[in-house]
Write a protein that binds this ligand. Structure first.
Ligand code: SF4
Length: 376
């Protein structure tokens, strides 16, 4: 079964740490872009993509800048052209301050059944420093309105390792989040990505990010606190309660196929060893290609046996489910031990091997970027 990702690359204002493809939202773009998505969906249905989707993800950018009627029209086209499984997970990313009680009811009525709220922190000082447009109260209000609208599957983003953040402030954030009691949490340490204003501020010394020790303590502290409160740490940055994992994102980590629609979106076709394509992040080129009925995607990367094996391990070790020897043998004709004996030896203290599955400990996840290199 495949997933479908739709990229909505518009935001009210660009956050200084963000390196996602998004541009300032104008009335013109918000009115005309959905038609491009619908044309792109139709084109994809006529050029090789078929079969129902079991997950749909409206990501961005800020998808909640689109009105519910537009989301309903897009979902209608998806149902007509591809079909949806009866229990499909349909997620919409939303930012507090862009949602009202009416549009939340509207999203729910259109079929959206999972909301991912960009809360980031409940601390007003840090929200201002991050350049976010909402404050603590608006974050709480958005969550409450979503519950009233009937959303029983809500994910909240939490950022830690913020400039000047203290342990006590992070503890306060965690307590606030636990009080809200979402089904899912995505927890990211703030990093200065190249070509962002934050990166410039950090290299010029205008802004200091917490050091590695603070980051490590925060990562483990978040893990401990959320685990004690019945959240399953099922992927490096993701926690879920009562099995409410993000099925769409699990598809990425399990190398299941997905179709990407919209400027900046990626698709993955799992046939042979796999191939990834992208729609370049260029709105003008996207509009021209879609209107002229041409393929708006271009080749991004192709896989052979070795690179597919490495990526399977890279993605699998991000998750608590890990990498199963039986699945590797079936797909690649080898176990992890046979394929990477040196890497296993070098990283033994961070690897768990249980019931034929290999997984990393939380301390291993903390070092993921470094230790995964030996598997690549
Ligand atoms: S709202 Fe999200 S996508 Fe938009 S600029 Fe901020 S972090 Fe990036």
């Amino acid at each position: 079964m495949a997933g479908l990702y739709l990229h909505i690359p518009f935001c009210r204002r660009k956050c200084p740490y963000c390196d996602f493809f998004s541009t300032p939202a104008t009335e013109f773009l918000l009115e005309t872009y959905p038609d491009l998505l619908i044309r792109h969906l139709v084109w994809a249905s006529e050029h090789g993509w078929s079969g129902s989707f079991d997950t749909i993800y409206f990501g961005g950018g800020t998808p909640s800048l689109l009105p519910p009627k537009t989301i309903a029209d897009i979902l209608h086209t998806i149902k007509q052209r591809f079909g949806l499984t009866h229990n499909a997970e349909i997620t919409l990313e939303a930012n507090p301050g862009t949602v009202t009680q009416d549009n939340l009811f509207g999203y729910r009525d259109s079929g959206v059944n999972r909301l991912s709220l960009g809360l980031q922190t409940c601390n007003d000082k840090h929200l201002t420093n991050l350049g976010r447009l909402h404050d603590r109260q608006e974050g709480f209000d958005a969550f409450g309105l979503a519950r009233i609208a009937g959303f029983d599957n809500i994910s909240l983003d939490l950022m830690f390792a913020l400039p000047g953040q203290t342990k006590e402030e992070l503890e306060c954030d965690l307590n606030d989040y636990l009080e809200l009691d979402p089904e899912h949490l995505s927890c990211y340490g703030l990093t200065a990505e190249l070509e962002t204003p934050l990166y410039q501020q950090v290299i010029s010394g205008e802004m200091n990010l917490p050091d590695e020790d603070f980051y490590a303590d925060a990562f483990i502290g978040v893990h401990d606190k959320l685990s004690q409160n019945h959240y399953d740490h099922y992927e490096i940055a993701n926690y879920a309660k009562n099995g409410r994992t993000c099925r769409h994102n699990l598809g990425y980590w399990q190398r299941r196929p997905y179709l990407g629609i919209g400027a900046g979106a990626h698709s993955f076709c799992a046939e042979d060893w796999g191939q990834r394509r992208e729609v370049p992040p260029d709105l003008t080129a996207y509009r021209d290609l879609v209107f002229s009925g041409q393929d708006p995607t271009q080749h991004l990367e192709g896989f052979d046996r070795e690179s597919a094996l490495s990526e399977t391990v890279y993605l699998g070790l991000r998750t608590r489910r890990g990498v199963a020897d039986s699945e590797l043998r079936q797909r690649f004709g080898c176990t992890l031990q046979e394929a990477f004996p040196e890497a296993i030896k070098a990283n033994a203290q961070w690897l768990l091997h249980h019931n034929g599955r290999w997984a990393l400990t939380p301390a291993g996840w903390l070092l993921f970027d470094r230790l995964i290199l030996s598997f690549l």
